[in-house]
Write a protein of this length. Structure first.
Length: 398
């Protein structure tokens, strides 16, 4: 084989080797990123929660800034007010919540025996699976340990408490810093791109912030309404332990699709010893309220968020539950809505100019520097008319 035939093959082999090296490098980088994310998944989860809380509180910060406050002072004041509200609610509910929760947990074995007593509707299940016999030796202390998860030693319980407090403090610190430095950081990231991608990224970021922040605020508001309404219904019907049951309904209502149903089942089971009429009325209340929440409250609250199909919500919730448990389920839906917005914003990758509304353009213009003013071009003048030939001169003949 001649040297002229070997040179093209050598060049093709070198190009193939470079491509293989690039592919292997990218694969190793992705694998390393995934391993790092898995190793630091707790910190990443805290950061994601802080981002969602910051997006939910950002409208209050902007409202204070429009009234003359600087961003750092507005962010600090908003965070302080939110902290005071949370601590105030927790303090007001602490005493009745602890007392009624302890009483409810203590009576769980009694409630179970009453549900499966002779002559009840559920007695056939006890005759087949021997449920009452299985729980006969379960004490109140065992129930408390199972519900609270305190199966280890005192040192393990203390360690879990410290970890929980550290998570709360870290998330709060992340939220305050994001409220102060978030817009500046996002503007610096957009400054790395061209002007067109800068503008498109600003519009996309505004839409993601509006959707995610609106979802978080709406979800908290709906959960608050569900908890208060459940407390009033339980109080009117005379169901015992209304505070922990209403808190359970409010917390579970945060979980999409199935959370409200699980909270309703817990309340109905506890109301059965009060009489089947009370349980039937409470069941009817939860059905009516769920229809009202799905068709009225959610439409009014989530009007500015991205609508997703129930299948998308279910898949996102299951993925979040696999990765982060209940907290993962809660944050999976707004993250899914953010992904939907990113995929809808084709202007980030296409060459066409983005089509945006006037509100989006006005919001994005705040992040962009003002364009320099151009001087108006001078008006064009008509060319001078050709001079007539002089007298006696002969025209040129080609």
């Amino acid at each position: 084989m001649s040297d002229g035939e070997r040179e093209p093959q050598t060049g093709q082999s070198a190009a193939l080797a470079r491509r293989a090296a690039v592919v292997i490098g990218v694969a190793l980088a992705y694998a390393g990123g995934l391993l790092f994310a898995y190793a630091e998944r707790k910190i990443i989860l805290w950061l994601v929660i802080a981002i969602m809380l910051a997006l939910a509180l950002d409208p209050a910060v902007r409202w204070m800034m429009r009234r003359g406050l600087k961003r750092w002072s507005a962010a600090a004041l908003t965070s302080l007010v939110a902290f005071i509200v949370i601590v105030g609610i927790a303090t007001a509910l602490a005493i009745p919540l602890v007392s009624q929760t302890h009483q409810l947990i203590s009576r769980l074995p009694t409630y179970t025996r009453d549900l499966f007593k002779p002559g009840s509707v559920l007695q056939p299940l006890d005759q087949r699976f021997h449920i009452v016999e299985r729980i006969r030796n379960v004490t109140t202390t065992d129930v408390i340990r199972i519900v609270t998860g305190a199966r280890g030693s005192i040192l393990a319980a203390f360690t879990r408490t410290v970890s929980l407090l550290a998570a709360i403090v870290t998330i709060f610190a992340f939220t305050v810093m994001l409220l102060i430095e978030g817009p500046r950081t996002w503007g610096g990231i957009l400054g790395l791109f061209s002007e067109r991608r800068h503008r498109a990224g600003a519009l996309m970021g505004d839409r993601v912030a509006e959707a995610v922040g609106g979802y978080v605020r709406g979800n908290l508001l709906i959960s608050l309404i569900a908890g208060v309404a459940a407390y009033l219904a339980l109080l009117i019907l005379g169901v015992p332990y209304p505070v922990p049951l209403a808190l359970t309904v409010g917390l579970l209502d945060v979980v999409p699709l199935v959370g409200a149903t699980l909270g309703a089942v817990v309340c109905i089971v506890v109301s059965v010893p009060q009489g089947w009429l009370t349980a039937v009325i409470l069941t009817g209340y939860f059905i009516v309220y769920q229809l009202f929440e799905n068709n009225v409250i959610q439409i009014a609250v989530y009007s500015k968020t991205v609508s997703m199909s129930p299948l998308t919500v279910l898949v996102a919730g299951l993925a979040g539950a696999t990765l982060g448990g209940i907290v993962g389920v809660v944050i999976a839906i707004p993250l899914a809505s953010a992904v939907v917005i990113v995929f809808r914003e084709r202007s980030w990758t296409e060459e066409d100019e983005p089509v945006a509304s006037g509100a989006d353009v006005a919001a994005a213009a705040e992040l962009l520097p003002a364009a320099p003013k151009r001087k108006p071009a001078a008006p064009k003048r008509n060319p001078p008319a050709p001079k007539p030939p002089a007298a006696g001169a002969q025209p040129d003949v080609e």
